[in-house]
Design a protein around this ligand. Structure first.
Ligand code: ATP
Length: 236
């Protein structure tokens, strides 16, 4: 279980998160929704170790990781896919994926992740030797996900994976996340602007407003609440 206990963080003089508590179990998909600037990316960056924790605790299977580096957290199985994908454009698809693996000290004798990843992402097998920079945005998003999964996370943090994708590619992305859930033992924290899609897919959800959790529950409960319908699902 990945757990945040009343965490706070921010930037310089600006406090963004205030006493945020949440949890993510392995093999569940948990959505984090909220308006622009609510603090969703800040939450993901704090959980992954890119931003320092200012108060509270973060635990991974009951061990405190709140002061560990992002690299150390990734080695322990907590991996983030940042907004904007950030592939190495000049490297091939295969090389990008291998980096996701070797950077975390996964051994060569470990099973080749390409086999299972090839089933989830057909693009990986088809474009293995193509430079990542030549792929479309949707394809690059798939490679970014595959690269993260090659590091064998137990917990995967996805920050706005649909950003910049067309509606058709967004549909494909959500299908891919569903396939990951079916095929791999990984808990997924999904920060998304596409609130309806995220709540359709997720098991549970948290709503964040101005750096605080204002609602949590099963994804169905959250989707049916009138506040969420008004604010994020376009109902009046
Ligand atoms: P969005 O969906 O627009 O990315 P978000 O919910 O992810 O929104 P955050 O990116 O976490 O929101 O931003 C939360 C607050 O922190 C905002 O008020 C934002 O202006 C501020 N903020 C974000 N990054 C920085 C930074 N590097 N320095 C200072 N303030 C920042």
């Amino acid at each position: 279980m990945l757990e945040a206990h009343e965490i706070a963080s921010g930037y310089g003089p600006v406090s963004v998160l205030h006493k945020v508590s949440m949890r993510l179990a392995q093999e569940e998909v948990v959505a984090v929704v909220g308006a622009n600037g609510a603090g969703k990316s800040t939450l993901v960056r704090t959980l992954s170790g890119l931003l320092p924790l200012r108060a509270g605790r973060i635990t991974l299977d009951d061990a405190s990781i709140g002061s560990a580096s992002a690299h150390s957290r990734a080695k322990q199985g907590l991996i983030m896919v940042p907004e904007g994908r950030k592939l190495f454009a000049g490297l091939t698809v295969r090389e990008n994926i291998d980096l996701g693996r070797s950077a975390l000290g996964r051994r060569r004798s470990d099973p080749d992740p390409m086999e299972v990843l090839g089933e989830i992402f057909p693009i990986i097998a088809e474009r293995e030797n193509q430079r990542a920079g030549l792929l479309s945005g949707g394809e690059q998003q798939q490679v970014a996900l595959a690269r993260a999964l090659a590091g064998r996370p137990r917990y995967l943090l996805l920050d706005e994976p649909s950003l910049g994708l067309s509606p058709a590619l967004t549909t494909q992305l959500f299908e891919t996340i569903a396939k990951i859930r079916e095929n791999l033992p990984v808990g997924i924290l999904l920060v998304e602007q596409m609130v309806d899609r995220a709540l359709e897919l997720a098991d549970r959800a948290y709503v964040i407003e101005r750096g605080r959790v204002v609602m949590s529950g099963t994804a169905t409960e959250v989707a049916q609440s009138s506040a969420v319908q008004r604010a994020y699902l376009g109902d009046t």
